[in-house]
Design a protein around this ligand. Structure first.
Ligand code: PLP
Length: 610
């Protein structure tokens, strides 16, 4: 990059987008990487391990070709492919070619749109796109800034966690202002009395936000469907008011992370309305996007009670990370909570929106551009089609699981997530997930849903097909059969462990009669390029394998010999530094000045996977 000037070829981008659209072409493993590869004319992937990366930045410029080659050979093999057809973990990482192209343009433009004056197009487009988005989801008019009489509006943020924090800080400012009245006491005096509420199934970002804001959080239990118990919320608020606390923030979730449960916003909203200091925030990071479908709006009923609502187009709206949308009913409350106004940021265009008052950072990327590209390229119909496809495929998977009496589905499947398990204790299910992930053929994650260990199967791939689902199911069944056979478990005859009496993973398996269980060696793929899970050392794996049964089993394994050598080398280096009177800072470059990355040992190979 130092020696050459790389300008973005807009004509090439347009050609590419047309080509992608016509051909529905995608890179086999990483669809949008294909676009990037074409633009930079990168070389084909060549697996090359072990990998050495320099411990120091180069003094002299290197050729861009070399950098890209290293990217292909040294970085890509360690990348987890969230856009893979067999990636069923977490929630989707939204992506699509229009989004990537929009994002690249935004990066190339490099405008830092913190105020209207700093980039008028960014500010104007954000307002337009946030209103398109709100209307597409059928949000209450109070959130749409161009609706008659509205005092609300939205802004793009970096993550759902940020949206929750910004809402909480706004709610905190409003509550403190009410408590403080005309007095001149410092705001912090009121912090000990503030208390927030969220369900046990709410995302951990709520806990994090309350930690950062130094306020109390009361966790409310959920019902058997994973929905917040509104009776318990009402009771808790009442108790806290009686105890002299100030309930100020309630988070309801539409589409919980563990089981995609939808809290009853109407009932929660009615409770919140009874206490004037309460701000109701609704977190719809994943499932909020599904309100683009009229048939899903049964779950958005009650949003008229909400003070704020967030959703991540980077999860379920084909928009690449990062893009989170936050709408508030009263923009003035948000702006006054976050407003600072130094002279160097002021300008004369007082009617223009300054989005720096809508969030934490001053500098803001031109995120509206990619969302605008997505809306225009797919249209609302295209986005609806995409989500309906995920829903149909999840239903298909649910049906397959339910038809097999050895398995059970534990959540209500409304969208793309199915939480399933074998009808055994937890341990065989830990093993099943470990086997699934270790195969390198699929990736899934675990959760505790309604007190039960479940395997989360989430449809994530943009162009997912029924074949992907059928293939995954037949693989899962094979692994399950092996586990059940090896442990002489007849899952259909093993009743589901009664609620609350579940075995923990440290408890022994069911007694084994007849042949001893085959201690199956977990295998991984030989292909080094595409893997799903993170790397850890073999030693770590062996020493922690019980804990790792939660699905964090390694696909990339550090070669023990190399690890030992590296360790020894680092220790020697450290000794030398200490003896030389160096300050002992942690640094372990090898003799070539290189720090060794993970070295993959091809244990048992499994050709053709991934
Ligand atoms: N809220 C919910 C319901 C989520 O599922 C998640 C992440 O999966 C988050 C919040 C946090 O999202 P982010 O990574 O954008 O902060």
């Amino acid at each position: 990059m130092h020696t050459q000037t790389h300008t973005l070829r807009i004509d090439l981008l347009v050609d590419l987008s047309t080509h992608c659209q016509k051909q529905q072409t995608s890179h086999k493993y990483c669809p949008n990487l294909w676009v990037i590869k074409e633009i930079f004319k990168a070389h084909p992937l060549i697996g090359c391990w072990p990998v050495y990366l320099s411990a120091d930045a180069p003094q002299s410029p290197e050729s861009f070709k070399d950098v890209l080659e290293d990217f292909e050979q040294k970085i890509m093999p360690g990348v987890v492919h969230w856009n893979h057809p067999k990636f069923f973990a977490y929630f989707p990482s939204g992506n699509s070619f229009p989004s990537v192209l929009g994002d690249m343009l935004s990066s190339a433009i490099g405008s830092i749109g913190f105020s209207w004056a700093s980039c008028p197009a960014a500010a104007e487009l954000e307002t337009i796109v946030m209103n398109w988005y709100a209307k597409a989801l059928g949000l209450p008019k109070a959130f749409v800034s161009d609706a008659p009489g509205s005092t609300g509006g939205g802004a793009l943020q970096g993550s759902a966690s940020e949206c929750v924090l910004v809402s909480l800080i706004t709610a905190r400012a409003r509550a403190i202002s009410e408590l403080k009245g005309q007095t001149s006491v410092h705001d912090s005096v009121f912090l000990p009395s503030l208390i927030a509420y969220a369900s046990r199934e709410a995302h951990s970002s709520v806990e994090k936000a309350t930690k950062m804001a130094l306020v109390k959080l009361r966790i409310i239990d959920a019902d058997e469907h994973g929905r917040m118990r509104v009776d318990l919320l009402r009771q808790a608020i009442q108790n806290d008011v009686n105890a002299g606390l100030t309930p100020f923030f309630v988070v309801a979730t539409v589409g919980t992370t563990g089981g995609c449960a939808f809290d009853d916003i109407t009932e929660i909203g009615k409770v919140c309305r009874q206490v004037s200091s309460i701000w109701l925030h609704v977190d719809g990071a994943y499932a909020g996007n599904s309100f683009i479908l009229p048939e899903m709006r049964v779950f958005s009923a009650g949003l008229e009670y909400a003070d704020s609502f967030n959703t991540n187009p980077n999860k379920l709206l084909l928009t690449n990370f990062d893009a989170s949308a936050l709408w508030v009913r009263d923009v003035m409350t948000l702006k006054s909570a976050l407003n600072v106004n130094p002279l160097y940021l002021r300008h004369e265009h007082l009617n223009g929106v300054d989005y720096r008052h809508y969030g934490i950072p001053l500098s803001r990327r031109f995120r509206a551009l990619k969302l605008w590209f997505v809306f225009r390229t797919y249209g609302i119909k295209g986005l609806q089609e995409y989500i309906r496809n995920h829903m149909a495929l999840a239903k298909k998977f649910e049906m397959l699981v339910r038809k097999d009496e050895r398995f059970e589905v534990r959540n209500d499947v409304h969208l793309g997530l199915v939480c399933f398990r074998m009808r055994t204790g937890d341990e065989p299910n830990h093993m099943l997930l470990a086997q699934i992930n270790h195969s390198g053929k699929m990736h899934m994650t675990p959760a505790k849903f309604n007190g039960r260990y479940v395997i989360r199967f989430c449809v994530t791939y943009e162009h997912a097909t029924e074949k992907d689902i059928l293939d995954a199911w037949s693989q899962i069944k094979c692994f399950a059969e092996e586990i059940l056979r090896d442990h002489q478990l007849e899952s259909s005859s093993v009743p589901t462990t009664p609620e609350g009496t579940e075995r923990t993973s440290s408890e022994p398996m069911a007694p084994v009669a007849g042949k001893p269980p085959i201690k199956k060696k977990l295998t991984r793929t030989k292909s080094l390029r595409f893997s799903f899970t993170r790397s850890i050392s073999r030693e770590q794996y062996q020493s922690q394998s019980e804990h790792l049964m939660d699905g964090c089993t390694p696909i990339l394994v550090v070669d023990p010999k190399t690890l030992q050598e590296n360790f020894q080398q680092a220790a020697d280096e450290n000794d030398r530094n200490t003896n030389n009177g160096s300050n002992g800072a942690i640094s372990s470059p090898n003799k070539n000045g290189c720090t060794k990355l993970k070295n993959i040992s091809d244990v048992d190979t499994d050709e053709g996977s991934n």
